[in-house]
Design a protein around this ligand. Sequence first.
Ligand SMILES: [Zn+2]
Length: 452
Amino acid sequence: MFYFVQRFFGKIIRLFGGNFSGTPEELEQVLGREENACYARLIEQTFQFEQVPDSGDYWVADYHMHIHGTGRNAGVDLFCPAIPLCPPGVLLTGKRFNWLRHPFLYLQTKVFLSASGIENVCFGDAEYLQRLYRQIEHFPVHNDTHGNPVRFRFFVFAMAPFRDRDTGDVNFDKTDICVDSDYVISVADCFNRKLEMAGIPHRVVPVISVHPYRKDAEKELVRLGNRVAAQGHDEILVKWLPPSMGIDPETVRSSYYETMAEQGMVLVSHTGKEHSAISDKECQEFGNPLKLCKALEARSAGGKQLKVIMAHSGRKGVNFDDAGKRVSSYELFRKMMATGDYRGRLFGDMSAIPYMATEHILRDIAIGNLGLEGRMLNGSDYPVPAGHIIKPTRHLYKMKLISRQQKKALDLVYRYNPLLFDFVMKRMLHFAGQQVPLPDSAFLSMTSFGRE
Ligand SMILES: [Zn+2]
């Protein structure tokens, strides 16, 4: 009896989480079938980049992806022998596994693990890496309109733990998830070696996360930045999730921002309300886009300034404006983007925007009447696109942003490779009566042609 209840519960969770039909490698075979030829063509068309250099010297980028797991790392060394098992790279709060005291959080975690392709909690970290790697390895290599292969850069995040502002010490009670920067650097290195051996041109770029309240934060930035650069990467990003990490960007000491500017680093900071990670209510205001002014105004001794990516572009939630009024975080994001001095240094990412009915923000980017063009970056927020419950294809079809055939193609891709699904979906979207797609520039890396 217990067995059947467990199976039934598992099925329900899969309906909300990872409602997959097969592995990423099977998609190619499925698309090769005659009855699916029109879907294969529609997918291939989304790789047709036009506004790119003839030479093919550019990267398409996904600037927002998570490395996750369960904090149980059995088997990680079998997948990537060079990754040290001790200390473990991922730490997930025990609250998420306590169904008696935190039933809602428990269910949310189950759905999230299912979407991430994790079936056995004890092998959670290894299963997460394997599933993610397979999606990257089997991300198709199609040609652009100039006949050059479209190469991708996938940026994967570390996540610093919560720290108390006064002492600078780690507070594990308030930490939801922590993903070690050195671990992420080793994971990226392992993935890149495998991709190279398999002859796949895509690359994975590690994004470090250094909490600014750490006493030795500046030293740590330099140490980790050097490790990333030593792997040959020319984009060094630092990830913050202020509401969940307890970072008030206005109170961060200037030397932290100056060190980042000196090192040519880019800050990726969450803006708007935080939904997925556990965050104190009083910390939600730390996602206010206006709080990033201090970072944007900091200068190194040599006069260098920082680049900042506002993750999610303030998609959801409300924050205080300068006059103390509560306004939408997206409005504050737009206000910051309109500040002339921040042009060329302030960017927004599109992660999670097509989900949960906030696609009007993408229309603003496509129509290009807000000065956002050339300043928006692609991001999937993987594993978010893998959650079946938030798959937006039906909604997008109803809003007439995709055709019926495109919807069918997308639903098929989701069942095998949700990372590819997110990219293809954004490339298929057309606004203003099916006339205007998102610009090619919104998918290119910051180092590629066409950016200020
Ligand atoms: Zn995210």
